[in-house]
Ligand binder design. Structure first.
Ligand SMILES: Nc1ncnc2c1ncn2[C@@H]1O[C@H](COP(=O)(O)OP(=O)(O)OP(=O)(O)O)[C@@H](O)[C@H]1O
Length: 284
């Protein structure tokens, strides 16, 4: 693994607002090696999506920048595929055609057979070949998310950027998809940056957990190396003292070092809206 793969250097961003510039991020420095699985965790609104969007090229940093394999990131590109929480499949295209479209855009020049084989291969990775002709409306949320992951993988991105990919799913579906993602990552070795609010998910999946301070002017507070051997088994890890130590470290950072005290009225407003981000106990 080389540390020169993906580098964020002195990244900061000011968003224009009617009251003047809002400094969301400041001095974000991070070096990610090829094939690393990095999670971003931090309280709501601290700037995790903004970091991801800057790496995706969807936002431009106000200061500093991002270098991927020696080239500065200035705009979105197929070498950085994004998977969002709310699966963004085209509703009028079948499962097969949603993946095929991405392949056609990124893998031009493939023969018809090679294209079909590639689409099928990626749908096999996420166990979705049984629903090739179904429309997104005809499959479950977990299945849609699988297709979204297949679509991103089919583009053969150097970096897979995932913004709370499993946040809207029930616990069981989420666990299945986490296991699939670990298998796929072991097979393909893509670099992954994933935002999560779920401490267990972060520890289970990551090589490193990047913990962000509260905004405004959020930055990286601490980075935790997760030295658990792979493949990882969630059941075995439940009783593993090392796993529980890592979990404890993240919880301590979030609830002691970066404790966020929200006024009760704000809390009521949030809970009455319902949780759109799949938060749960032990979730930031
Ligand atoms: N386009 C924008 N204009 C102004 N402020 C913005 C804009 N985008 C994000 N922000 C602000 O920047 C901060 C970071 O937002 P961001 O969405 O990155 O947080 P987050 O950690 O991903 O939050 P969550 O966990 O709730 O999704 C927030 O205060 C947000 O209101």
């Amino acid at each position: 693994m080389t540390a020169k793969h993906l580098e964020l250097t002195q990244v900061g961003i000011d968003f224009p607002t009617p009251k003047g510039p809002f400094n969301a991020l400041t001095d974000v420095n991070l070096k990610i090696a090829k094939g690393e699985f990095v999670s971003l965790i931090g309280h709501s609104g601290c700037g995790k999506s903004t970091v991801l969007n800057i790496v995706a090229g969807l936002h431009q940093a106000t200061t500093g920048g991002v270098i991927l394999d020696g080239s500065e990131v200035r705009e979105p590109g197929p070498e950085r595929a994004v998977v969002f929480q709310n699966h963004s499949l085209l509703p009028w295209l079948s499962v097969y055609k949603n993946v095929e479209l991405a392949v056609k855009q990124t893998q031009q020049g493939k023969s018809k057979k090679a294209l079909r084989d590639w689409v099928m291969h990626n749908l096999e990775l996420v166990h979705m070949t049984h629903a090739l002709d179904k429309l997104p409306a005809e499959i479950s949320g977990g299945m849609k998310q699988r297709v979204g992951i297949a679509r991103a993988l089919a583009m053969e991105p150097k970096v897979l950027l995932m913004d709370e990919p499993f946040g809207a799913l029930d616990a069981l579906t989420r666990a299945h998809l986490q296991d699939s993602l670990m298998e796929i990552h072991a097979d393909l070795g893509n670099t992954v940056i994933m935002i999560t609010h779920d401490v267990d998910e972060a520890v289970l999946l990551s090589d490193r957990i990047v913990m962000m301070t509260n905004g405004p002017s959020a930055t990286i507070g601490e980075i935790l190396n997760i030295n658990l051997t792979r493949p990882r088994d969630r059941i075995a890890l439940a009783d593993n003292p090392e796993y529980n130590h890592y979990r404890h470290e993240v919880l301590t950072f979030l609830y002691e070092k970066q404790r966020k005290v929200e006024p009760v009225s704000a809390h009521r407003k949030n809970t009455s809206k319902g949780s759109s981000k799949g938060k749960k106990p032990d979730a930031a």
